[in-house]
Design a binder for this molecule. Structure first.
Ligand code: PRT
Ligand code: MG
Length: 217
């Protein structure tokens, strides 16, 4: 049995915030993900490598076993559905919230109250659909892949569902948070077959991640 372990990470905040957790497991990535163009990065452990993928592709690589484990936001996991994935640990990293926002001046409360059909632009269609269905609000969802903040400003939608951390992107675009849908953080996801077949190799790493992330809770 191949005992090589492959960890899927996305560049940016998830990569950066996962490094200290890896370090707690005695693993250091020996190449800089921000400057390297390599998509497969070696570590100090010849049996562990890191692959760099789009944040929303992490669950897919792990589901199919192309990566044994990975780190993905709750937002990404909810949209993916989590099929074939074991999700043992909330890492308490890359924290933010998922919210509804509208242009300052748009009367969201009365639009909702009067049962108007709301146009909502978002990358998070599953989460948005569930949120508005639970409230009994009728919405037309418009799927976007980024820059949701622009949609209400140019009349594409009445509202957006997006992630907010500092709130400065909303402020810079004259948008106001009107509803808080859920808290988001990143989770460790493990391929279900790898969890059984590579248990001995994976277990100490998972334990170190769990210890290190508890300190951040
Ligand atoms: O950027 P790309 O299109 O490649 O993919 P991505 O946006 O999914 O990846 P990345 O690396 O930006 O985000 C990875 C994960 O980090 C997400 O899946 C979230 O779980 C988590 N995370 C934490 C965030 C944020 N905070 C965050 N602030 N993801 C995105 N944002 C964006 C948000 O969409 C908005 O555009 O930052 C902007 C708001 O930030 P503030 O600080 O201005 O409020
Ligand atoms: Mg991004």
């Amino acid at each position: 049995m191949d005992q090589q372990l492959t960890l899927a990470l996305s560049k940016g905040r998830i990569f950066e915030e996962t490094m200290p957790l890896l370090q707690a497991a005695g693993i250091t990535v020996t190449e800089d993900s921000e400057t390297s163009r390599k998509l497969i990065l070696p570590t100090n452990d010849p049996n562990v490598r890191v692959i760099i993928v789009r944040a929303s592709d992490v669950p897919t690589y792990v589901q199919y076993g192309a990566a044994d484990f990975g780190v993905a936001g709750k937002d990404v996991l909810l949209e993916h559905g989590g099929e074939g994935l074991y999700q043992p640990i909330d890492l308490n990293i890359a924290k933010c919230r998922m919210s509804v926002a509208v242009q300052a001046g748009f009367d969201y409360a009365s639009a909702v109250r009067h049962g108007a059909r709301l146009r909502v632009a978002t990358k998070y269609v599953q989460c948005a659909r569930e949120h508005f269905a639970a409230k009994g609000v009728h919405v037309d969802l418009i799927k976007l892949y980024g820059s949701m903040e622009l949609a209400p400003l140019v009349g594409l939608s009445d509202a957006i569902v997006d992630l907010v951390s500092t709130g400065s992107t909303l402020r810079a675009n004259n948008l106001i948070e009107v509803e808080h849908i859920m808290e988001i953080s990143s989770r460790l996801v493990v391929n279900q077959a790898a969890l059984k077949l590579k248990r001995e190799r994976l277990q100490p790493i998972l334990a170190a991640f769990e210890q290190a992330s508890k300190r951040k809770a």
